[in-house]
Design a protein around this ligand. Structure first.
Ligand code: GDP
Length: 444
């Protein structure tokens, strides 16, 4: 997700940062490239245009051009505008009401509605200790109601008993009654989808919404459908009073346009992102973190959060302090590698660590597995303490020694050194942006 957009923007910004002074023409040229990059990522045309106009206007200001680090300032302006475009802060669910709170999910068939209903129910039950009931109003798709019942069993969430032949509005009424009588905190309504937006579907949504008066009407859209997702969202938002959007398949390789355009087109926040088929693969959507990921700064906040779950607090603090100073030696790399092993490999983390994507590319084998992590650890183990603290000491002769000592080759040692260099460059970039704290503040 966002990979090619991230690469394109990274290139534009590297060129901007590379120059000391910037003219208005430089900035305008860069912004034209940004616009093309956004359009290629499937961002809706009016959204891309407005974005670029706004950023250009701020970036050609004299304060920016005359500043000491004009390139950096422009990147900061783009970052802030991206965050705003994505919706600024994470918006949670508005369900602290007299129970039962009603959450209705709407969307096209196959968008992931039923799965998302179960994922959200599981989340609310687990994290917020809510008593949740789910009901399927989908009488069109054969076995849709049974599908939800199965998911209910898997997640240990109650589902409304199925009454054959009942129509959506009547099911909604029955569900509401049952939820009230049985003291549920939250009632989740999974509605019928269609292959395309049609009037019958919209009328059904509205009739159900009239009966159930939902606290949340969430539109579920498939991020992989790009521009179509945006059109669907526009259609729905014009006819049904949506309160938010859930983007599914954010784990796929969508170009990101849907995510970037959604807020501007619907006026509604993206509240959650579906990250996989498993029932716990759903995350609150944080615009700041996503913007950071797009701009190639890595999702440091998520990384630190994830790290905090699996490493000792002391280690986390030490790592944060190092990051803040922009220092990163072989000992730190080693600690990171050990952490990756504990966290179950690089896969989940790639893209979260600044510079990691590039570092990965620097490695010959695309598949980084446990063995490679262990081999890197062995190479660092064969270095002297001095070399670990100052890897630039490692000349050709020392490389041969390290390779011999670790049972690897000089090429392997070179790859490791290159990876370290990439990562420490990324760390220095964070430092320039005002350290981890500054970056965290920026990422929101
Ligand atoms: P519905 O017709 O809208 O109810 O769609 P379903 O909930 O039945 O989902 C359709 C398919 O998409 C299923 O195979 C789901 O496992 C899959 N799916 C749903 N959400 C996600 C997601 O976030 N990521 C991935 N990779 N697959 C998803």
């Amino acid at each position: 997700m966002f990979d090619s957009l991230s690469d394109r923007l990274g290139g534009v910004f590297d060129r901007l940062r590379g120059r000391g002074a910037l003219t208005e023409a430089d900035v305008r040229g860069a912004m034209r490239e940004v616009r093309v990059a956004l359009l290629e990522a499937d961002v809706a045309l009016p959204v891309a245009r407005e974005f670029v106009d706004k950023v250009t206007e701020q970036a050609v200001g004299q304060n920016v051009l005359r500043s000491v680090t004009p390139g950096q300032q422009v990147v900061k302006i783009v970052n802030d505008a991206l965050v705003e475009m994505l919706g600024s802060d994470n918006v949670g669910l508005d369900i602290d009401v007299t129970p039962p709170a009603v959450i209705m999910l709407v969307g096209l068939q196959g968008s992931g509605k039923t799965t998302t209903t179960a994922k959200l129910a599981k989340l609310l039950k687990g994290r917020e200790r809510k008593k949740v009931m789910m009901a399927s109003l989908d009488v069109n798709r054969p076995a849709a109601q049974e599908q939800l019942a199965v998911l209910g069993t898997q997640t240990e969430v109650a589902t409304l008993p199925i009454v054959a032949g009942q129509q959506p509005v009547d099911i909604a009424r029955r569900a509401l009654q049952a939820a009230k009588l049985q003291g549920f905190d939250v009632l989740m309504l999974d509605t019928a989808g269609r292959l395309h937006v049609d009037q019958a579907l919209m009328d059904e949504m509205k009739a159900v919404a009239d009966i159930a008066t939902p606290n949340e009407i969430l539109l579920v859209v498939d991020a992989l459908t790009g521009q179509d997702a945006v059109n669907v969202a526009k259609n729905f938002s014009e006819q049904v009073p949506l309160t938010g959007v859930i983007l599914t398949r954010m784990d796929g390789d969508a170009r990101g346009g849907a995510a970037l355009s959604m807020r501007a087109v619907t006026g509604k926040p993206i509240k959650f992102a579906g990250m996989g088929e498993k029932l716990d693969a759903i995350e609150p959507f944080h615009p700041g973190r996503v913007a950071g990921r797009i701009l190639g700064m890595g999702d440091v906040v998520s990384l630190v959060e994830k790290a905090a779950q699996s490493i000792e607090a002391e280690d986390a603090e030490r790592m944060a302090a190092k990051l803040a100073k922009g220092q990163f030696d072989m000992n730190d790399l080693r600690a990171q590698l050990a952490q990756m092993r504990r966290m179950g490999g690089l896969g989940a983390l790639a893209g979260m660590i600044p510079g990691m994507k590039k570092a990965q590319a620097a490695m010959a084998s695309g598949a980084v597995d446990e063995k490679i992590l262990l081999r890197m650890d062995a190479m660092i183990g064969s270095m002297t303490p001095k070399e670990r603290a100052k890897p630039e000491l490692i000349n050709a002769k020392r490389k041969i020694r390290v390779a011999k000592g670790s049972g690897t080759t000089v090429q392997d040692v070179n790859k490791l050194l290159k990876m370290h260099l990439e990562m420490s460059t990324a760390m220095k970039r964070i430092k320039k942006m005002g350290g981890l704290k500054g970056m965290m503040a920026m990422l929101g």
